[in-house]
Design a protein around this ligand. Structure first.
Ligand code: C2O
Ligand code: CU
Length: 543
């Protein structure tokens, strides 16, 4: 009845990149997948058909889906996967989101190729809080592996070590001409001098935060994670896996070819342009010979933590009359979640190549999450016992970045389990993510399903529960669904638990997710009908 309806067919499709052809999993044969374009507040229906040889689920990243966890998508959290030959009709309910989000597979590592943009336009009759750009274009930062992604995934699981990095990074599915035989596979943005372009940046990369820049042009950030921000003019963007950033690019230079480039931000020294750099061309209209050598932007070095954190911590929400903030001021639940990389012993009769012959693991409050065999939502709704526990341990906020030998070794080996945290409807939550330097200190882009949250504070080192709250930004904190917790540091977020359901929370670095840096919130129903979960659809994929 009037709802827009889309068909997603998940299938193997041959694609050629870096001079070799292989089958990749796509939606409707497209890589990146189709862009969904909706209006704020719209509800759409997507019929997902699985024509692949293995299980699949689809998630609408950043769409809050009020009362409707049934269509959220993470495998074994809110549904069992769609089996080969199966179909699932998902209802995607947009409410307050406006700007850019994305959809992706949420089963094993299929999201490497199964992903696409979601563009959410303002309501009819309303407009952007900035002058309307002349054109808008999604810019999807992605990756290409020569090997099948499932092979990369299984090799990581078997060895217990870090996965192989991809063979190329991509802009809108194309590696760009820094890579061998990719001259034809270079994305071009054609521009006309004087016009303004909105780039809807999406980082779909599996394992790394990315820097992004355009030669000779500054960028004005106007939104992130489908929420507007105060305009922020910058030369370089840092974007974490899962995050979206909307930027305005004014074509105000002399007609030429200007490169846009993106490369990984990761610990460890590197060089400026190497095989983790992808390029595209901003191509001005006109009669000219493009500069040679080409005009390249300068990107920060790989390990430039200050550049990465400097950008991430400078986003501010609009906090205007039209776009007010609604940060919870009275907090019912205060949690500290310690997020660590650790290791587990190698199982008997396996050989592992992880630290000290074990396998790499990751944890939240020293519990390494294991997927149950039927989904948590179903177990919760039908009261099936033995699928999950609600004993996620609490951690006191004390020293988690260790020096020398005060490293408490019990934290090196997490417990293994499926633990959730249960929240009362409409209670308020302040959650401090505390990173550690156990095994490897790195950024963790933490993502929460079912909610957007305010990022009220962050810093390096150990969170200080007495001092740090005094510096919280409760005036114009950005509203995000994914936030990079700084390396060996902490980030505080706040939200109101007003969306009943079962909601996954995890690091959006794919290996960390696979190693267990995941947990779940169950938000109870409220009293009134309109504060309760919707009934399950009849075609939930069977377990
Ligand atoms: Cu982008 Cu759990 O998702
Ligand atoms: Cu992580």
């Amino acid at each position: 009845h009037g709802l827009a309806r889309y068909t997603f067919v998940v299938e193997e499709t041959p694609y050629t990149r870096l001079c070799s052809t292989k089958n990749i999993l796509t939606v409707n044969g497209q890589f990146p997948g189709p862009t969904l374009s909706v209006q704020k507040g719209e509800t759409i229906i997507v019929d997902v058909y699985n024509k692949a040889d293995y299980n699949i689920t689809i998630h609408w990243h950043g769409v809050n889906q009020p009362r409707n966890p049934w269509s959220d998508g993470p495998e074994f959290i809110t549904q069992c996967p769609i089996r080969p030959g199966g179909k699932f009709t998902q209802k995607v309910i947009f409410t307050t989101e406006e700007g850019t989000l994305w959809w992706h597979a949420h089963s094993d590592w299929s999201r490497a190729t199964v992903h696409g943009a979601i563009v959410i336009r303002p309501k009819e009759g309303s407009s952007y809080p900035f002058p309307k750009p002349d054109e808008e274009v999604p810019i999807i930062l992605g990756e290409w592996w020569k090997a099948p992604i499932m092979e990369v995934y299984h090799q990581m699981l078997q060895t217990g070590a870090d996965p192989n990095i991809s063979d190329a990074y991509l802009i809108n599915g194309q590696p760009g001409d820094c890579y061998a035989c990719s001259k034809q596979d270079t994305f071009k943005l054609k521009v006309v001098k004087g016009k303004t372009y909105m780039l809807r940046l999406i980082n779909v990369v599996m394992q790394e935060l990315m820097f992004f820049s355009v030669a000779n042009h500054s960028l004005t950030v106007v939104g992130s994670d489908a929420s507007y921000t105060k305009p922020l003019t910058t030369d370089v963007i840092t974007i974490s896996p899962g995050q979206t950033i909307d930027v305005l690019l004014k074509a105000d230079q002399e007609p030429n070819h200007y490169y846009m480039a993106s490369h990984v931000y990761a610990s460890g020294a590197g060089v400026l342009y190497d095989n983790t750099t992808t390029t595209a061309i901003v191509e001005y209209d006109g009669d000219y010979t493009p500069s040679s050598p080409p005009l390249m932007p300068s990107l920060p070095y790989y390990n430039d933590t200050a550049a990465s954190y400097g950008f991430t911590s400078s986003l501010r929400s609009l906090a205007s009359k039209e776009y007010p903030v609604d940060v919870p001021m009275e907090i019912t639940n205060k949690f500290v979640y310690v997020i660590s990389i650790n290791s587990l012993p190698c199982p008997a009769n396996e050989t592992c190549q992880g630290p000290s012959g074990g396998k790499l693991a990751a944890s939240v409050n020293n519990v390494s999450f294991v997927s149950p065999s039927i989904d948590i939502l179903q177990a919760y709704y039908y009261q099936i016992n033995g699928v999950f526990g609600n004993k996620l341990p609490s951690f006191p906020p004390y020293i988690f970045n260790f020096t020398g030998d005060n490293l408490p070794t019990y934290l090196n080996t997490p417990k293994v389990g499926t633990e959730v945290k249960v929240l009362k409807f409409n209670s308020t939550v302040e959650l401090v993510f505390q990173g550690t330097n156990l095994l490897a200190g790195t950024e963790h882009p933490m993502h929460l399903h079912g909610y957007s949250f305010y990022v009220v504070g962050s810093g390096f080192g150990n969170y200080n529960p007495k001092k740090d709250p005094l510096n919280y930004n409760l005036v114009d904190p950005p509203l995000q669904n994914t936030i990079a917790v700084p390396k060996n540091g902490w980030t505080a977020i706040r939200f109101r638990a007003d969306n009943p359901g079962v909601w996954f929370m995890h690091c959006h670095i794919e290996r960390h997710l696979s190693w267990g840096m995941d947990t779940v919130f169950i938000v109870r129903n409220g009293k009134s009908r309109s504060s309760q979960m919707l009934p399950p659809p009849l075609d939930m994929p069977p377990c």
